[in-house]
Design a protein. Structure first.
Lengths: 196, 159
């Protein structure tokens, strides 16, 4: 078993608490995780977006906000590297960046934020109720805390998981923040292998 | 009078003790007093229309007395603050902090996912290759100025 494959197995076992790595990271080794599901939000192109429109595409989902100084640009940067590493397969993968700070993150703000990353990503925002529903679907969380002593005015704490959805919109992997580029690339290829 | 002496010494050192080092081919600007050194300072270019940026650096304290960073200033932004980013479970939290301790004969790393300097209201968008000057103030009143180079953070930093 190659080092990368071993790493993928370790990751998958840790992320999904299953012991199916003797089969390798093949499609049937990935369980369907009990969170996620279709949703509808406003895209950074000002168009209504429905997850169902991405059937046939592997989708990466994560929650963040554009004023996030650390975790979100780190994740976007990492995903840009993942995308480059996927080569021709990058056309079969779409990233969704769901804002948990709709007060500041208008579609235009999200668009400007994403333009800095070489990544096929769509920024998503909406009403607080709409966003809360998606956050809940994915078992994610966020907290907004006023910080009057800071120029930031308020801070946004949020979960940093990255979700990988298969071509049927089902959540198959939830990566921890520490997941490496290699681990994510290997796992995406395993999901892509499902649809050949 | 110790304070005055310290201030004069600080002024002396911060005036003359900038050195440009070459580490791995990358220029690193060093700022120091006789016991405090700030090196490897850098910041990410802000993305989109952001006017905020995190600044990271290594702060070393060669004295037998623990020190703390209690303030930060820069001409490059409207405001500079000390912040902490930390994970609690899978939740990433950021919050302003009043001070960052620098242990005696030790160091603190201002780095992604940990303590860092936040600049708010950048007057000019720093681009890769630019540099930004900033000054840290310590709990004994001393100050150390340093220069952060702007660089892209290509992948996640390991702690």
């Amino acid at each position: 078993m190659s080092a990368s494959r071993t790493a993928a197995c370790l990751l998958l076992a840790a992320a999904m608490s299953v012991g199916a790595c003797h089969k390798g990271p093949a499609a049937e080794a990935l369980p369907v995780l009990p969170f996620g599901g279709d949703f509808s939000l406003l895209g950074h192109d000002h168009a209504r977006f429905d997850l169902a429109s991405l059937r046939g595409t592997v989708v990466l989902v994560f929650f963040g906000y554009s004023s996030c100084p650390d975790a979100c640009p780190t994740t976007l940067s990492k995903l840009a590297t993942v995308s480059r590493r996927l080569g021709d397969d990058r056309a079969r993968v779409k990233t969704l960046y769901v804002s948990v700070d709709p007060e500041r993150d208008t579609p235009d703000v999200l668009k400007a934020d994403l333009e800095n990353f070489d990544l096929d990503a769509l920024g998503l925002t909406g009403t607080k109720a709409e966003i809360d529903k998606v956050v809940s679907q994915f078992g994610a969380a966020y907290e907004i805390t006023p910080t009057p002593e800071s120029a930031a005015k308020y801070t946004v704490a949020h979960t940093t998981w990255l979700y990988a959805l298969d071509a049927n919109g089902r959540t198959r992997i939830r990566f921890p923040y520490a997941a490496t580029v290699d681990e994510i690339v290997t796992s995406i290829r395993a999901i892509l292998a499902e649809v050949g | 009078m110790i304070g005055n002496l310290s201030s004069r010494r600080t002024l002396f050192f911060t005036s003359v003790a900038f050195a440009v080092l070459l580490v791995g081919g990358q220029p690193t600007v060093l700022g120091q007093t006789d016991t405090l050194t700030v090196h490897d300072a850098w910041l990410r270019p802000p993305t989109g229309n952001r006017t905020e940026a995190g600044v990271f650096a290594v702060v070393e304290n060669s004295s037998a007395t623990a020190r703390a960073i209690v303030g930060v200033s820069t001409d490059a932004a409207d405001k500079a603050e000390l912040h902490e980013m930390k994970m609690s479970g899978a939740m990433m939290r950021m919050s302003p902090v009043k001070q960052v301790k620098v242990p005696a004969h030790g160091k603190v790393e201002l780095k992604p996912g940990s303590y860092h300097v936040m600049l708010f209201g950048l007057k000019k968008t720093p681009m890769v290759g630019d540099s930004v000057s900033f000054t840290l103030t310590f709990d004994d009143g001393s100050t150390v100025s340093a220069v952060a180079s702007v660089r892209q953070d290509g992948d996640m930093k390991k702690k």
